[in-house]
Design a protein around this ligand. Structure first.
Ligand SMILES: Nc1ncnc2c1ncn2[C@@H]1O[C@H](COP(=O)(O)OP(=O)(O)OP(=O)(O)O)[C@@H](O)[C@H]1O
Ligand SMILES: [Mg+2]
Length: 282
């Protein structure tokens, strides 16, 4: 993985499973990439999208992922039934699909927060699904940032501390620099006046924006965002979307955006949809 540290986005991101029911081991990030001029050019209106095969080693590749969960009646629910994806450097990919289709399960699977039953997962060309969880976590911390669907903020920590905690967990905490970067990010998402607020005192959309700031604090090479604008008004949602796409175009980060918003999906480089545990073109 390459490393990148824009001045305004430093440090780290994680979450602890407190006010959410999702899988949440550390979800750490890092930096990631110089820009990719030939791909950036391919995004212009007058250019045809570049073939995946010309884009080099994918940042994330998942092949034929299967995953079942035990059901309450003693049987099992097959959620992922051979889902595949490739995401390249500086590429934004959206994933839509009906509620219950398996999108969140897929995000947890490809980031190795959830063990898979079958298939293979590669991060930057390295197969990781067979590694021990500690080795997966160390690699994950190098380049991934997460916005969880249910935020997963630590309830005892205020907004600023929630963002800074990620830097600490990733081993990237620098007292002055991290605080400055966390404040800058919270300001960017419109929460300058909420730094000292506990999650319980924040609205849903405000919590979501803290979660977004936390995901970005490590300047992730790959941002995995699960309905990150679901609780935001239209204008704020647009601003967050602009911010994510700028990360890709200006910083060379890659994005997997799970969304129910077709307008946002259309703005990404590649629009996919999940149906009954399979990924198809949108
Ligand atoms: N730990 C679990 N145990 C049992 N079933 C689960 C578990 N996690 C998810 N499921 C089931 O898997 C299916 C897919 O869930 P998932 O959260 O991935 O859907 P989704 O596409 O993200 O939906 P939404 O758009 O509503 O967020 C659901 O039917 C859910 O009940
Ligand atoms: Mg979901």
């Amino acid at each position: 993985m390459n490393s990148r540290k824009p001045d305004n986005l430093n440090s780290a991101s994680l979450s602890k499973n407190q006010d959410c029911g999702e899988t949440t081991q550390g979800c750490l990030s890092h930096a990631g990439a110089e820009s990719q001029p030939e791909y950036a050019a391919s995004k212009g209106e007058n250019f045809a999208p570049m073939e995946d095969s010309l884009l080099g080693t994918p940042v994330l590749e998942a092949n034929e992922i299967t995953k079942s969960f035990p059901s309450p009646d003693g049987g099992k629910v097959e959620v992922l039934r051979g889902a595949s994806i490739k995401i390249h450097k500086a590429q934004s990919v959206s994933l839509m699909g009906e509620s219950g289709a398996g999108k969140t399960t897929f995000m947890n699977a490809v980031s190795a927060l959830e063990r898979i039953d079958g298939g293979s997962i590669f991060w930057d060309g390295e197969r990781i699904d067979k590694l021990f969880s500690g080795a997966q976590a160390a690699r994950r911390a190098r380049f991934m940032g997460f916005v969880f669907q249910s935020y997963c903020l630590v309830p005892e920590l205020d907004a600023l501390e929630n963002v800074m905690l990620s830097a600490r967990i990733a081993g990237l905490y620098r007292p002055f620099k991290t605080r400055r970067a966390a404040k800058d990010l919270l300001e960017k998402v419109g929460l300058k006046d909420r730094l000292k607020y506990l999650p319980s005192k924040l609205s849903g959309g405000e919590k979501q924006r803290v979660a977004i700031a936390r995901a970005l604090i490590n300047s992730p090479g790959l941002l995995l965002a699960d309905e990150p604008t679901g609780n935001l008004d239209e204008t704020t949602g647009e601003e967050i979307m602009d911010m994510f796409l700028r990360l890709c175009s200006d910083e060379g980060a890659s994005l997997l955006l799970i969304t129910h918003n077709p307008d946002f999906a259309r703005r990404t480089d590649k629009a996919l949809r999940m149906s009954k545990g399979i990924i198809l073109p949108a």
